[in-house]
Structure formats: structure tokens, C-alpha cells
Design a protein around this ligand. Structure first.
Ligand SMILES: COc1cccc(CC(=N)NC(=O)c2cccnc2OC2CCNCC2)c1
Length: 389
């Protein structure tokens, strides 16, 4: 029945929700390394574990193809995430990553890759405590192997490999409700190419709206308006790190980025992540920052288009430039880069600009989870400073 697996795991259980006596922090203590299971969990007999080395062109292609054909679709099965190989290498090779946490499942006979799950290490602050956690992502089981109960054993295996590195907490997101969300966020979309979005069924023509009126509604200037708005460059890493660390302090859960993290996660990478900042023309101080990552979706079953070019809001900081103006400049550069839509969650201060910049609410929610860490109260999205890929 429901959550048979999750009721066995050290996660907030629905039955505990009202219990204010339970302390914030780890739910279970670490296990002595000698007691961590040293051999992999058993898979059903036709399958075997494999470690996916994304530096291998062939293995990266296998992972890319598995995800392209079998990863997350929207609720109406019209779109499927289409992470690029470059993006996967970026997402899975942050400072301190472990290849052993990039786990595949193959068919023993054919050696076909049929499932995948990953972890990457991340320093995450929960209130005043910085914890090294595993960020779990890309759990994917081939469509033909669903409901064979492969996911629970894959989750146990990645947990085991995380434990072997003496890490006892994890963070993950899902579109489904599991025990128990730390926060539940809404996603929002800002049309950049409304004609294509309507053609492919991502958006619908508003009532009493014509196509030409809709195109005009979402029109953006050709150039950004903020003086000093420019692409982030390597020499900006120290200043952006200071700006971002100061900004993220206010959130209950947020990454604890150092300069190495900022260099990896926020330096622009063509086709993967874009980041801009505002350098004051007078003082040359870095006062604001905005970034978005590139995650296209395959369009399932449309004659004219095969790919939806989507930008996803990543980390943004406004200290001088008003949020509306800063994020409108982000929309302007995203439009110039030929994105069709700009997506954002209502986390951090995003709701201050969503409505005014003509974002529309999406039809789904993204739930955030922590593994083996209890946060006393469910967080409002505006208390959350963590964006997962
Ligand atoms: C438009 O193509 C889609 C293809 C698959 C799923 C969805 C809906 C959806 N589930 N969207 C999100 O989860 C989402 C919406 C806005 C911002 N970030 C998001 O998810 C991110 C973060 C979690 N991992 C996937 C990417 C849309």
C-alpha cells in the first residue's frame, strides 16, 4: 500500500506531523562505518549494478538516452525533461563528487542500461547547522520496468554508498507527495515565445485574447536596461560568493556555498548555466546577481516542434537593482538566447516578481525533502533558499 518503503526510512513520518516534542535535527545517529553494509544490495536476478563514469563519452551517452526516453514527464505526458550531456556532466561533477554515487542498473545479458540514480555532496545549512548532505537526483527506471519495485532498492543502494563516505543526510525533490515535505513549492512560467508555447500545448490562448494581442503582451525590449548589467566572469567569483552567502543567510534551508562551489555552479557555461551581475558603474561594487539553467524538454507528439527551450531560474540576489528590473533583464537575455519559456519556483523572494513580470502559475507542485533530518515546521517556499537541478 502507500509509502510501504518510506515508512521504513528515517524521514519525517505523517504520524509525527503534530508531535512538537520531536527535536529538530538528525532523526537517526550515524552508524559506525564497520556496521555499514559493505556489499551492494541484491537486485532482481536479471539485473546488475554498474557505476556510470560520465567522463566516458559512451557511458554519458547511455545515461543521456535513458533519461531522454524515460525520465520525468509533465502531468499530461506532453513533455519530458531532456537534460543535455554537458548539463549532466556539470550537475554530477561538482567539487568533491564521488563517481560511486552515479549508479546504473544494467540487464546482465544485454548490458542495456535500464535504471539510474545519482548523488552529489553539498554543504547545506539547516537553520544554524551546516550539514554535508547528498543531493539525490535523476532517479529513473525504464518505462518497461516500472512497478518492479526497483526504485526502493536503488534508493537503499545510493544511501549505502553515501553512508560509506560518512554522510548521513540527503536532500531531494519530487513532484509526488512522500513522507514528509519540508516545503511544497508552486512553479510558474513566463512565456517568451507565446506562439510556439500555444502551438505545442504548453500554454492556451487567454479568453478574449488573439494571438497577436498575446504576442504583444509578452514582448520584451531588445536590450537590458540596468547600467552595469553584464555576464559573470571568473574574476567575479569572490564578490559573487560574498553577495550570495549574505543573501542566503536569511533562509531556513540553503546551500553553504564557498568560492569553489560558486565557481562550479555559477560561472556561465554555454548551454548549461547563465549568470549575470550588476557592477555599479561608479563604485565597481557587485550589487546584484541573477542566473538561470538550461533544461530543454522533448515535446511528445507535435508535428512542428520537437524541443521546448526552457530556462529555469537558479540563484538571484537583489541589493540595489529592484527585483522587477533585475529579473526583467534576466527575461530579456533569456529571450535573446532564444528560450521559449522562463520557469521559476516561488522560493526565496521569487513571488515579489512573478506576478508583475507576467509569470503564470504552472499546473503542478514541487515538494522538497530532507532525509534523516527533521525540520520542526513545514517551511513556506519563501523560507527555502535551495534550488535543485
Ligand atoms: C515543460 O516540460 C516538463 C517536463 C517534465 C515535467 C514538467 C513539470 C515539472 N515537474 N516541472 C518541474 O518540476 C519544475 C518546474 C519549475 C522549476 N523547476 C522544476 O523542476 C526542476 C527542479 C527539480 N528537478 C527537475 C527540474 C515539465
Amino acid at each position: 500500500q502507500r509509502h510501504k518503503f518510506w515508512e521504513t526510512q528515517p524521514v519525517g513520518q505523517f504520524k509525527d506531523l503534530g508531535d512538537a516534542s520531536l527535536p529538530e535535527g538528525p532523526i537517526e545517529p550515524p552508524t559506525p562505518l564497520t556496521e555499514v553494509k559493505h556489499e551492494p544490495y541484491n537486485l532482481p536476478s536479471p539485473y546488475e549494478w554498474t557505476t556510470c563514469d560520465l567522463d566516458s563519452e559512451d557511458m554519458c551517452s547511455e545515461v543521456y538516452l535513458l533519461l531522454t526516453n524515460n525520465y520525468v514527464e509533465d502531468d499530461e505526458n506532453m513533455f519530458r525533461f531532456n537534460y543535455s550531456k554537458e548539463f549532466l556532466r556539470w550537475a554530477l561533477h561538482p567539487p568533491g563528487y564521488y563517481k560511486s554515487w552515479h549508479i546504473g542498473v544494467r540487464v546482465k545479458t544485454s548490458k542495456k542500461l535500464v535504471a539510474f540514480i545519482t548523488g552529489v555532496p553539498a554543504k547545506i545549512r539547516a537553520r544554524d547547522t551546516v550539514v554535508v548532505m547528498a543531493e539525490i537526483n535523476f532517479l529513473c527506471v525504464h518505462k518497461k520496468l516500472r512497478s518492479k519495485r526497483l526504485a526502493p532498492v536503488m534508493i537503499k543502494e545510493v544511501t549505502r554508498r553515501v553512508h560509506l563516505e560518512n554522510i548521513w543526510q540527503a536532500a531531494y525533490t519530487a513532484g509526488v507527495v512522500l513522507p514528509t515535505p519540508v516545503s511544497t513549492c508552486q512553479y510558474w512560467h513566463r512565456s517568451l515565445n507565446p506562439k510556439k508555447l500555444i502551438d505545442v500545448g504548453f500554454s492556451r490562448l487567454g479568453a478574449r485574447m488573439t494571438m497577436s494581442r498575446t504576442i504583444k503582451l509578452y514582448k520584451l525590449p531588445d536590450q537590458t536596461v540596468t547600467p552595469g548589467f553584464r555576464k559573470m566572469e571568473p574574476h567575479d567569483v569572490p564578490a559573487v560568493t560574498r553577495l550570495l552567502r549574505d543573501y542566503l543567510k536569511q533562509f531556513v534551508v540553503a546551500p553553504d556555498f564557498d568560492e569553489n562551489d560558486v565557481e562550479h555552479w555559477l560561472l556561465p557555461k554555454e548551454g548549461v548555466v547563465d549568470s549575470y551581475l550588476v557592477e555599479s558603474p561608479e563604485s565597481h561594487e557587485i550589487t546584484d546577481f541573477c542566473s538561470f539553467y538550461t533544461l530543454p524538454s522533448s515535446i511528445l507528439g507535435n508535428q512542428n516542434y520537437s524541443t521546448l527551450k526552457a530556462a529555469y531560474s537558479y540563484y538571484n540576489v537583489s541589493t540595489k537593482t529592484p527585483w522587477i528590473q533585475l529579473m526583467n533583464d534576466a527575461l530579456i537575455v533569456a529571450k535573446k538566447k532564444d528560450f521559449d519559456v522562463f520557469n521559476a519556483l516561488d522560493v526565496m523572494h521569487n513571488e515579489t516578481f512573478l506576478k508583475e513580470l507576467k509569470f503564470g502559475p504552472g499546473d503542478g507542485q514541487l515538494h522538497y525533502y530532507l532525509y534523516n533530518y527533521r525540520i520542526k515546521h513545514v517551511l513556506r517556499p519563501s523560507e527555502l533558499g535551495l534550488v535543485l537541478l
